[in-house]
Design a protein around this ligand. Structure first.
Ligand code: 9MG
Length: 262
C-alpha cells in the first residue's frame, strides 16, 4: 500500500504533495512502482497533529480519489470521518482505512449500509494530538489484540462479513519505542484473528530512534521493518517507498517459495 498524503504538514514529505495535482502525480508514480493499493489521506495523524474540518478534508481527498478511480490499483481512503467515508465510497474507494477503528459516531453505519468496501481497523490509544504523552499498557500485545477482537466482534454482529475487515496494531499510535518493538516481535499473535494483518511503520520515528536518520532518509530501515513485519505475518504494508519495498519483498518471496518447494 503506497501512501498518498494530501496534507500540508505530512511528517515525511514536508507537504510537497499537498496540491491535488502533486498528489495525483505521486499516486501515479507509486502505481508505476508497483503499489497494489493507494492510501489517500487528507488529515495528518502524526503525533501532535490537529483535526481538519470535514469540508477541508473532502476538498483535499475527493478530487484525488476521483482521478485515480479508473486505475486497476485499489484505492483506500485514510479517514475517521463518516461523511468523508461516504463521499469517498461514492468517488470510488475500495477500502476505508480508519486509524480510529470506526469508533466515531456514524462510522459503523457507513460500513454496514454498504456491501462492497473493506475496512482497516487500527488500534490507537488516545488521539493524535496527545497520544504520545506517556502511553501506558499492562500487556501491550494482549491489550491491542483484545481491542481488535472486540471491534471485529461488534462489527460482524452488525452484519458486516468478517472478510471485509483488515486489522492493524497501529505502530506509533499511543505507543513507546518499547511498545512498538514488542508488537513487531509478536506480530504473528494477531494472525489468530484470521483477518488480513496490515502495518504502517514506514519512515516512522521508531526507525529514526534507532538510526538517527530524519524521516525522509529512513528508506533502508523502513524496508527492513516491512520485511520483518511480513516475515511475522503482515499481509499489507503501508509504505512511502514502494519500489524499494517491492524489490525487497520480491526477493523475500522468492526465497520462501524455494523453501516451500523443497
Ligand atoms: C494513516 N496511517 C498512518 N499510519 C498508519 C498505520 O500505521 N496504519 C494505518 N492503517 N494507517 C496509518
Amino acid at each position: 500500500m503506497g501512501v498518498v498524503n494530501v496534507t500540508p504538514d505530512s511528517f515525511s514529505d514536508g507537504g510537497f504533495f499537498f496540491s491535488t495535482e502533486n498528489a495525483i502525480k505521486q499516486a501515479r508514480k507509486l502505481i508505476e512502482e508497483g503499489a497494489d493499493i493507494l492510501d489517500v489521506g487528507g488529515e495528518s495523524t502524526r503525533p501532535g497533529s490537529l483535526p481538519v474540518s470535514v469540508d477541508e478534508e473532502l476538498r483535499r481527498v475527493i478530487p484525488v480519489i476521483e482521478a485515480l478511480a479508473g486505475e486497476k490499483t485499489l484505492i483506500s481512503v485514510d479517514t475517521s470521518k463518516p461523511e468523508v467515508m461516504r463521499q469517498a465510497i461514492i468517488a470510488g474507494v475500495d477500502i476505508i482505512n480508519d486509524v480510529n477503528a470506526l469508533r466515531n459516531s456514524g462510522a459503523l453505519a457507513v460500513l454496514a449500509e454498504n456491501d462492497r468496501v473493506l475496512a482497516c481497523l487500527m488500534h490507537m490509544q488516545g488521539c493524535p494530538a496527545s497520544m504520545q504523552n506517556n502511553p501506558t499498557y499492562h500487556n501491550i500485545v494482549q491489550e491491542v489484540y483484545d481491542f481488535l477482537e472486540e471491534r471485529i466482534q461488534l462489527i460482524t454482529t452488525l452484519g458486516v462479513a468478517r472478510d471485509r475487515l483488515i486489522i492493524d496494531p497501529g505502530f506509533g499510535f499511543g505507543k513507546t519505542l518499547q511498545h512498538n518493538f514488542e508488537i513487531l516481535n509478536n506480530l504473528e499473535y494477531f494472525t489468530r484473528l484470521q483477518t488480513p494483518l496490515m502495518v504502517g511503520i514506514s519512515r516512522k520515528s521508531m526507525l529514526g530512534a534507532v538510526t538517527g536518520n530524519p524521516a525522509n532518509r529512513r528508506i533502508h530501515e523502513s524496508v527492513a521493518a516491512a520485511l520483518i513485519a511480513v516475515n511475522n505475518g503482515a499481509r499489507i504494508v503501508r509504505v512511502h517507498d514502494v519500489k524499494a519495498t517491492k524489490d525487497a519483498l520480491s526477493f523475500y518471496c522468492a526465497v520462501q517459495k524455494n523453501n516451500d518447494i523443497k
